[in-house]
Write a protein that binds this ligand. Structure first.
Ligand code: ZN
Length: 129
């Protein structure tokens, strides 16, 4: 199997398929809960698959390009364990996004980068958030 990340224990075929393109498309079908952080250029939300109840953390970042207004945008989607999802959703924030970075640094995640000056966003598998 190696380290290609094509198998992990999260989600179902519908929400966490082997291809990054399919996974990005599947993201659109996930149910979005109230964002944990909702600033105009930094949005963190938990998304849930209605088929298998897998929960994901979604992080969206936009860098402001004051010069050209061509703002680079970045998305990360990573599945969560039940415990992580619960902790993240708590108002007292017993698990922060920063903590999650260290906790799940080798977990497969989906990235979509849309940097400045490119025509097409880049979609790829990475690890962590
Ligand atoms: Zn699913």
């Amino acid at each position: 199997m190696g380290n290609d990340g094509s198998k992990d224990n999260f989600g179902c075929k519908g929400c966490w398929p082997p291809s990054a393109e399919a996974a990005w498309e599947a993201r659109g079908q996930l149910r979005r809960e109230d964002p944990l952080i909702d600033e105009s250029h930094y949005i963190v939300a938990v998304l849930t698959c209605s088929a298998c109840a897998q929960r994901f953390i979604s992080i969206f970042t936009e860098e402001i390009d004051w010069v050209d207004g061509d703002d680079p945008q970045y998305w990360t989607l990573m599945p969560l364990t039940q415990q992580e999802a619960t902790d993240l959703g708590r108002r007292d924030g017993s698990l922060s996004v920063a903590a999650l970075k260290s906790l799940a640094s080798d977990r497969r995640s989906l990235r979509r980068d849309y940097p400045k000056g490119v025509d097409e966003p880049r979609l790829y598998w990475a690890t962590g958030v």
